[in-house]
Design a protein around this ligand. Structure first.
Ligand code: GRF
Length: 192
């Protein structure tokens, strides 16, 4: 059991999990905020190994299970979750979950929304489009989650330059650096 001063985070992720790792590292020695649960829809996701290495409970759910209100709300209640942090989670968050956790679900997007967001705009596709449109800058958007992809109110955005010599890999590296630096801090601000 936790007391009222303690805050529990659930991270939802579908992929490699580098943001999950950055968040776990950031709160490792924090007495009040901890990553209490990892949820993934992908049984080969790198984030599962991260959960195991850090002894964090994890659950693998199917798209159908995500839609089962009772199953998911029970799971989140069991771990006394205060904030749901999406970190590369590719399924749409169902309406019941948005309603159950109002302004308590956040996402990170690897571009400066409202540009380069929405369904299908994820991963390298985002950076490829930024480069093909010859953008001079890109960055990250941290925002609340509503019932549409990449659409909720912004919490913070951070920028980086795009140089003519950049490739999708170098843009991705710059964006990931911003994500790992800022996402944990913004989470901490929200929970304080
Ligand atoms: C990040 O770029 C994030 O912005 C996006 O998905 C990616 C996840 O990367 N939503 P990782 O799995 O945390 O490495």
């Amino acid at each position: 059991m936790k007391d009222s001063t303690q805050k529990h985070i659930a991270i939802f992720a579908s992929g490699r999990g580098s943001n999950a790792q950055a968040i776990i590292d950031y709160f490792k020695d924090n007495n009040t905020i901890k990553v209490a649960l990892i949820v993934t829809n992908n049984k080969t996701a790198g984030v599962i190994q991260i959960a195991k290495d850090n002894r964090i409970p994890f659950d693998i759910i199917s798209p159908a299970e995500l839609k089962e209100e009772e199953t998911i709300l029970d799971l989140l209640e069991l771990y006394q979750i205060d904030l749901i942090v999406l970190a590369g989670f590719l399924l749409l968050i169902p309406a019941y979950l948005v309603r159950a956790y109002p302004n308590k679900i956040i996402n990170i997007h690897p571009a400066l929304l409202p540009k380069y967001g929405g369904k299908g705009m994820y991963g390298m596709k985002v950076h490829e489009t930024v480069l093909s449109n010859k953008e001079a800058e890109t960055g990250i958007s941290i925002h609340y989650v509503n019932e549409k992809y990449d659409d909720g109110e912004y919490i913070a955005q951070f920028r980086c330059h795009v140089e003519p010599s950049d490739s999708t890999d170098t843009v991705a590296a710059k964006v990931h650096k911003l994500e790992h630096e800022h996402y944990p801090r913004e989470i901490e601000k929200l929970l304080k």
